[in-house]
Design a protein around this ligand. Structure first.
Ligand code: GLY
Length: 406
């Protein structure tokens, strides 16, 4: 049974950290804001390690994304200070830096290439010998062949970040509807709200689809503007460093081992996060013996003492990946429908800048300079009409049938 419509200026569909920051910033701008999600603050942030790795996760061909990543990293200290003040909660932000190390000559060659790319990109990183790496982090394996010291790549605790954002939203007057958004409402060629799983109709001047890896599955979205987002599974482990072993690590340590990324992120409270696999398996979130084995094997090569630590949690989450690994921010070709999704490996890092870009668009209708390269329209049909089908970019794949609501 449907109940009568509730109206707000902005409806955010999806309550992960990207939806939450969008709703918080929107409400701060004086827009009446509703957010729909059965579990606000859940999702990928409950699994993510929280590295703010603008420099150490630089990849060839992602120069455009680099600018956004660096801009967001620079905003982090002020962002967490404001959020902690607004929520009365700590976020676990830690300005600890990162060390990327090489375990063999192939890894070292790879890291040397990354160092050269970082330098060409104007980023700050310092090459260290194996001995210098071990002087910084004595628990590293004796065989470490060299590394890159990146003092600007910090970390935050995504679980605390999400919790603080929920509270900040509530305090800013965001209405949290703790249920699925089932279907986008489109009236007269414009997005005008959504129908929730409980039958409630929510009307809104603007709808922001921020459903993470599920963003492509909201019913009622015209095919031409369905976000080209797919899930990329990441398995992550959590260990605990007993006080007698502390400090086990003083900064994030990462490496490429046999072509796979492994990173160890030490929290101030003794938690040690080890991640992450990268698997194209649809919406599967099974933790597998193979995934856990590979992470522990690679982490053990990097830091043999890790096998002494209690293993306290294993979990898998889904990164929302776009065809070019960059987020989709701003208006779509369907008036009234905006996207804030597709952040792939950088959702935690890009939280501050996403909130800023989305608040600007929602209040002015204009995408700020910083956000312009990330328009969802870069994957849009050649004809401007959202009623027409999409001209696929080579990597684009149509999302699965719209069965599970966001
Ligand atoms: N940014 C780390 C990961 O996605 O695994």
């Amino acid at each position: 049974m449907r109940t009568s419509a509730e109206t707000s200026d902005v409806l955010v569909v999806g309550g992960g950290i990207i939806g939450l920051v969008t709703a918080w910033r929107s409400a701060q701008q004086g827009l009446s804001t509703t957010l729909a999600d059965p579990d606000p603050g859940g999702g990928a942030a409950q699994v993510a390690a929280g590295m703010l790795a603008a420099v150490t996760e630089l990849h060839y061909g992602e120069q455009m994304l680099l600018g956004l990543n660096v801009a967001s990293a620079a905003r982090y200290p002020a962002f967490v200070a404001e959020l902690e003040e607004a929520s009365g909660q700590e976020t676990g932000f830690r300005a600890c830096g990162t060390l990327s190390v090489a375990l063999d000559s192939d890894d070292r060659a790879h890291l040397r290439e990354l160092h050269a790319l970082q330098q060409r990109s104007g980023l700050v990183s310092e090459w260290l010998s194996g001995r210098e790496c071990r002087r910084l982090e004595p628990m590293l394996a004796p065989g470490v062949r060299g590394g890159l010291r990146v003092d600007g790549d910090h970390q935050v605790d995504p679980r605390r970040l999400a919790s603080a954002l929920v509270t900040a939203c509530e305090r800013a007057g965001v209405v949290l509807r703790r249920t699925w958004a089932q279907r986008l409402t489109v009236t007269g060629g414009r997005a005008t709200g959504a129908v929730l799983a409980d039958g409630t109709e929510l009307a809104a001047g603007q709808v922001v689809l921020a459903g993470g890896s599920l963003s492509g599955r909201l019913q009622g979205v015209p095919e031409a503007v369905v976000p080209p987002v797919r899930p990329v599974k990441g398995q992550v482990l959590r260990l605990t460093v007993p006080p007698a072993y502390a400090p086990f690590l003083s900064r994030t340590v990462r490496a490429v081992v046999r072509g796979g990324q492994v990173y160890l992120v030490p929290r101030a409270n003794g938690e040690l996060v080890v991640g992450a696999t990268s698997e194209e398996l649809g919406w599967d979130t099974t933790v597998t013996a193979g995934g856990v084995y590979e992470l522990l094997r690679d982490a053990h090569e990097l830091m043999p003492g890790i096998t002494e630590l209690p293993l306290t949690e294993t979990r898998a989450g889904l990164r929302p990946a776009s065809p070019d690994n960059a987020p989709l921010l701003g208006p779509t070709a369907l008036p009234g429908l905006l996207l804030a999704t597709g952040h792939h490996r950088n959702g935690v890092l890009l939280t501050p800048v996403t909130g800023e870009v989305m608040a600007h668009v929602l209040t002015t209708g204009e995408v700020p300079e910083l956000g312009r390269p990330f328009s969802p329209r870069r994957f849009a049909p050649v004809t401007g009409s959202p009623e027409t089908s999409r001209t696929a970019s080579p990597e684009y794949t149509t999302p699965a049938p719209l069965e599970q609501p966001v």
